[in-house]
Design a protein around this ligand. Structure first.
Ligand code: PBG
Length: 333
């Protein structure tokens, strides 16, 4: 393709007014691109603040149902639920994850009863349930044991499927868990359950506020989650992770965090035809909110610009704590 040069070509011709800019715009953001992550806490009629995530709250199950109504009213197609498990229910094995009366299961059933058409995504990982904050079970040396963890994740997925969620999202980064969960779903009568694999999840410092939100603490040890989550220096490895999860039966994949990893979203979407979601994580949210609160950034402009970045990189959907803020604005327009 050869471009003629100046003055035959003047790039500014197509930027000179609103109508022409709109006409040639390459990407558009819709409410249907958004997934809203929500935190569930114990109690009734309860709302709790999260210090490191201004304006994001934890809600008791009855209030989560109200938020599900908000999502429906705003045309947000799906929510993702994360529990803040009370400390006394946490143990080294994350047993509460397998309790079909746990907070997430209660929330799934309540939301499904009230709003059956709203999509519900549930995380599969043990970190909201373990007293050490890791996503799996530890051996005597303090290492995460892969197969023992996968066995638990399969049980966790079974409980979540029975509660009625629409999408199972393994976020633990154990090897072989997508295949193990898929074969359980097939044999247990859930052939249509969607698996959204957090296939490319980096060992990131941008998850800090989320760990406050679910009470997972920040006391993970010097390796933190580096023995299972990906090294931020790697990119080819992301394609191996995605290829494996596809082979094991994932329907969609996720890249996480979001904005610092746009190059990875692009590489994944160029090399596969599966839908790829982006997660604008808690630390990205916290940075934005902090700068907005200080008066240093224009909230609406930066939030929408960040959404366009994800669309441009090829994401087919975005998990973002800004979802209701964005959808509200899109619906008014
Ligand atoms: C659980 C999980 C995490 C996030 C989503 N699922 C935290 C982690 O892996 O430490 C982070 C989401 C966010 O930061 O917004 N494994």
């Amino acid at each position: 393709m050869t471009e003629s040069t100046f003055p035959n070509t003047r790039m500014r011709r197509l930027r000179q007014s609103v109508f022409i800019r709109d006409l040639v715009q390459e990407q558009r953001l819709h409410c249907s691109d958004l997934v809203w992550p929500l935190f569930v806490c114990e109690g009734e009629n309860t709302t709790e603040d999260i210090a490191s995530m201004p304006d994001v709250k934890r809600y008791s199950v009855d209030r989560i149902v109200e938020k599900a109504k908000t999502a429906t009213d705003l045309n947000i197609p799906a929510i993702a639920l994360f529990p803040k498990t009370p400390d006394q229910l946490k143990d080294a094995a994350g047993s509460e994850a397998l309790n079909d009366q746990n907070l997430v299961c209660k929330a799934v059933r309540a939301v499904k009863a009230a709003f059956p058409d709203l999509g519900i995504i549930c995380d599969v990982a043990l970190d909201p349930y373990t007293n050490h904050g890791h996503d799996g079970v530890l051996n005597d040396q303090g290492r995460i044991e892969n197969e023992r963890t996968v066995d638990k994740l399969v049980e966790q997925a079974r409980v979540l499927a029975a509660a009625g969620c629409d999408i199972i999202a393994p976020s633990d980064m154990m090897d072989g868990r997508v295949g193990a969960i898929r074969s359980m779903l097939e044999s247990d009568g859930y052939p249509n359950m969607i698996i959204l694999s957090y296939a490319v999840k980096y060992a990131s410092a941008f998850y800090g506020p989320f760990r406050d939100a679910v009470g997972a603490g920040r006391k993970l040890g010097s390796d933190s989650k580096k023995t299972y989550q990906m090294n931020p220096a790697n990119s080819d490895e992301a394609l191996r992770e995605v290829a494996l999860d596809i082979a094991e039966g994932a329907d969609m994949v996720m890249v996480k965090p979001g904005m610092p990893y746009l190059d990875i979203i692009r590489r994944v979407t160029d090399s596969t035809s599966l839908p790829c979601l982006a997660y604008q994580v808690s630390g990205e949210y916290a940075m934005t909110q902090a700068a907005v609160q200080a008066g240093w950034l224009d909230k609406r402009a930066v939030v929408f610009e960040s959404m366009m970045a994800f669309k441009r990189a090829g994401a087919s959907g975005i998990l973002t704590y800004f979802a209701p803020y964005i959808a509200d604005f899109l619906n008014q327009k």
